[in-house]
Design a protein around this ligand. Structure first.
Ligand SMILES: Cc1cc2nc3c(=O)[nH]c(=O)nc-3n(C[C@H](O)[C@H](O)[C@H](O)COP(=O)(O)OP(=O)(O)OC[C@H]3O[C@@H](n4cnc5c(N)ncnc54)[C@H](O)[C@@H]3O)c2cc1C
Ligand code: FES
Length: 280
């Protein structure tokens, strides 16, 4: 069924937008960690996007996406008042949220939006939440205002030092871990960032959860596209995850599998851009 777009906010013009959708059935069941699969046309590919927020009372869910290729560019062409032809969810297993004391939530790039939902779940469970967020530069930083409304500590890092601390999120993470008393670390963001976070937490023996983003086709465990290796065993991220123990994930394999269709994706995006009236 078409899902109406109630509100659109361009967070980083041309790159990243936030959509609030009227999806009461999904909103009623959505928990932190869940995602939706959406399709822009009956013959189009399905793409997974994390539920960055959900309001059951209002029947709304929020998604935040980075424009990367054809499907996200088609999504970006829609405005408030339009509808997404096909949205299915909530999918995946929700985040395991327990009272743990201090939880550090690390977010990078667009992953900050997904991490925000998880961080709020931990905050509501009574945990002391430390959020560490990072982006290449100030303009690319998302959800600072939303996070600062409920987290107990917020650390901001930019690669170029244009805002917050200069450097990678792993630096303040290690400092905070060295201070002790951390029950869990959760990381959502680019694969190299999640791999680096898992490497950084390992010597401290702190349980580390990462949210994996392999290519998905059906999102319901039937096609095998989202296969990942965790602790030497095959898992399907759409039904067994997308969150897994970062100390057990084979990140090199994930990186290779994500790049498997790069040529076809580039061809499809180029064709789409050429078809646009302004050629962009
Ligand atoms: C559980 C999960 C949650 C995600 N949540 C978000 C989110 O909240 N916001 C966001 O911006 N992105 C999210 N992603 C990634 C998002 O699905 C891809 O960026 C999107 O599918 C790209 O499609 P495209 O056609 O625009 O780009 P394409 O040109 O087709 O692909 C660009 C890159 O996106 C990835 N990708 C392509 N197709 C898929 C697919 N079917 N499934 C997964 N990855 C794919 C590949 O790495 C590829 O190289 C999530 C992925 C997963 C698995
Ligand atoms: S996307 Fe098909 S099995 Fe997970």
């Amino acid at each position: 069924m078409p899902t109406p777009i109630l509100h659109k906010e361009r967070l980083i013009p041309g790159k990243t937008s936030k959509l609030v959708l009227h999806a009461p059935e999904i909103a009623a069941k959505a928990r932190p960690g869940h995602f939706v699969m959406l399709r822009m046309s009956p013959a189009g590919e399905r793409i997974p996007l994390t539920i960055a927020d959900a309001d059951a009372a209002r029947g709304e869910i929020t998604i935040v996406y980075l424009v990367l290729g054809k499907s996200t560019a088609l999504l970006e062409s829609l405005e408030a008042g339009d509808a997404i032809p096909d949205v299915c969810g909530p999918l995946g297993r929700p985040t395991r949220i327990e009272k743990l004391g201090t939880v550090i939530c690390v977010g990078g790039g667009t992953g900050i939006a997904a991490m925000h939902h998880i961080a709020r779940g931990h905050s509501r469970a009574g945990n002391h939440v430390v959020a560490i967020i990072g982006a290449r530069e100030k303009q690319l930083l998302l959800f600072e205002k939303e996070l600062s409304g409920f987290v107990d500590e917020l650390v901001i890092c930019t690669d170029d030092g244009s805002y917050g601390r200069k450097g990678l999120v792993t630096e303040p993470l290690v400092e905070r871990l060295a201070a002790g008393g951390v029950g869990e670390v959760v990381a959502v963001g680019p694969v190299p960032m999640m791999a680096a976070v898992s490497k950084a937490t390992r010597p401290f023996g702190v349980p580390t959860t990462v949210s994996l983003n392999p290519i998905m086709v059906d999102g319901i465990g039937m096609c095998g596209a989202c296969r990942v290796t965790v602790g030497g065993k095959t898992k399907f991220a759409c039904v067994d995850g997308p969150e897994f123990d970062g100390h057990q994930v084979d990140f090199d394999e994930l990186r290779r599998r994500l790049a498997a269709f790069r040529e076809q994706e580039a061809t499809s995006f180029d064709r789409y851009r050429k078809e646009q009236p302004h050629g962009n």
